[in-house]
Design a protein around this ligand. Structure first.
Ligand SMILES: [Fe+2]
Ligand SMILES: [Fe+2]
Length: 457
């Protein structure tokens, strides 16, 4: 087997040299694409929210809790994507983004939004059926969608080792000052202040990013006393007068601005154990996107590590492979559930979008310095040794031993798992199919031999 090739992008920074916040901020870009927001939305919302929190006079502990809640506010959003698609049809990213551009509590806006987006692109009869179903569900549909996202987001925050305050801020971030929000219809100061800050920061970011400062100012005024408290609205309007901030948010990579507002605990160096915890949590976010990928990333990691250990991988190399395996499909967060969950064959256009998930994986991981080295291997899991894979069409020596064993692990889990159109395949059938792929030059024979041992063990 050839020696491990150095990544063309450059070596990773050692874990000890990277602040926790750089890892979380980097991965928050994956949450942006899941929710249909332009890249950097979470980071910019974080800067806006932290500036508001400073104006509110929050103490150091509260600032640290809020900082992580702002960056990870959408960490539960992959969990409701399948349900959004099931109810509304169309592309879940576009539907979700469009909801954020409306006042979803205003009936005229709600009806106009439903007519524009529900069942978009589908035959008239199907669209009418969806509208009737949503009308029958009434507020239950809205409540269910928010509940999934908020509960899951809070649970993941706790999995990440963040505080209960952070988790509760994420759970309550869509509650509104007058009691008309979701999911618990909390009112006034029963809503944690951190949640109120997230709520106003994200709306300001969305309107500012889409239409500029005046639009952000207008939305704060329109929703003052309904969505937002009078005091937070006042502070937000004052912040919108800070021209230097909005110029900086438009010009500078958000990560630099984040360093300016990050509280001390977020600047602590990430440990290897913490990094594993973050990666494990994000594997859960990835796998929650579609019911058909439940636990896929975790199983691929187990298969990859078991096979690689038989090939002599150990220590840091094995750790890196495990992380690459856990994150290999992070780009699927950018693919619509209309494609991921489609029971039938994909059209050419849909197939092209599906194949784009490895490009998203490369872009997301390459933007997080500590994951730069594993980005190429993680994104190469659909490449094939004979150049017939995607998305780059890499071949032979361009594929490292890690990439090769990861590709075999990914296929192994796909074949072993149930699909809407077939049950998971028996071990010997999978072994035979992997053997065929090795014989035809697609898969690495050594990796296939190791996986065969794992499967038969
Ligand atoms: Fe994949
Ligand atoms: Fe996969």
């Amino acid at each position: 087997m050839q020696a491990e090739r150095l990544s063309p992008i450059g070596p990773p920074e050692p874990a000890a040299a990277v602040p926790v916040m750089d890892v979380i901020a980097g991965l928050s870009r994956a949450l942006d694409i899941t929710e249909g927001h332009p890249t950097g939305h979470a980071a910019r919302s974080c800067v806006i929210g932290m500036r508001l929190a400073q104006a509110c006079g929050l103490d150091e502990t509260a600032l640290a809790d809020l900082f992580h809640a702002l960056l990870l506010k959408d960490v539960g959003c992959s969990s409701n994507a399948a349900r959004v698609h099931q109810l509304a049809g169309g592309r879940d990213h576009e539907v979700k983004r469009s909801v954020w551009m409306t006042d979803w509590r205003s009936w005229p806006e709600k009806i106009a939004h439903s007519l524009a987006w529900v069942g978009r692109g589908e035959p008239l009869g199907r669209r009418l059926g969806r509208l009737a179903h949503l009308a029958w569900l009434g507020p239950r549909a809205e409540q269910e969608i928010f509940q999934i996202r908020c509960d899951r987001g809070a649970a993941i925050a706790l999995d990440l080792g963040l505080s209960r305050t952070t988790a509760e801020a994420i759970r309550a971030m869509d509650e509104h000052w007058d009691g008309g929000g979701q999911p618990a219809r909390l009112r006034g100061n029963a809503i944690p202040l951190a949640a109120q800050i997230i709520g106003i920061a994200q709306v300001i970011e969305i309107f500012w990013q889409q239409h500029g400062v005046e639009a952000a100012r207008a939305v704060v005024r329109r929703r003052r006393r309904r969505w937002f408290s009078p005091e937070l609205s006042r502070l937000a309007l004052a912040l919108l007068d800070d021209a230097a901030l909005w110029r900086a948010l438009g010009d500078v990579a958000s990560i630099e601005l984040l360093h300016d507002v990050a509280p001390a605990p977020a600047m602590l160096r990430v440990t290897e154990a913490h990094l594993d915890r973050i990666v494990d949590a994000f594997a859960g976010v990835i796998d929650a996107k579609s019911p058909y990928t439940h636990d896929h990333s975790r199983r691929v990691a187990d298969y990859a590590v078991a096979a690689a250990a038989r090939l002599g991988f150990s220590g840091a190399r094995l750790v890196r492979l495990r992380r690459a395996a856990l994150l290999h499909d992070i780009g699927k967060l950018g693919v619509s559930n209309s494609i991921l969950d489609k029971p039938g064959a994909l059209s050419a256009e849909e197939w092209q979008a599906m194949r784009g998930h490895t490009r998203h994986t490369l872009e997301i991981l390459d933007a997080v310095p500590i994951f730069r080295e594993l980005a190429v291997d993680a994104a190469a899991h659909h490449e094939r040794l004979n150049g017939t894979g995607y998305h780059l069409g890499l071949r032979g020596a361009a594929l490292t031993p890690s990439a090769r064993v990861l590709a075999v692990a990914d296929v192994t889990d796909a074949l072993r798992s149930d699909r809407p159109y077939r049950a998971g395949l028996e071990v010997e059938r999978v072994v035979a199919m992997l053997g065929d792929d090795a014989a035809s030059g697609k898969m690495c024979p050594q990796s296939v031999a190791a996986m065969t041992e794992v499967l038969r063990a």
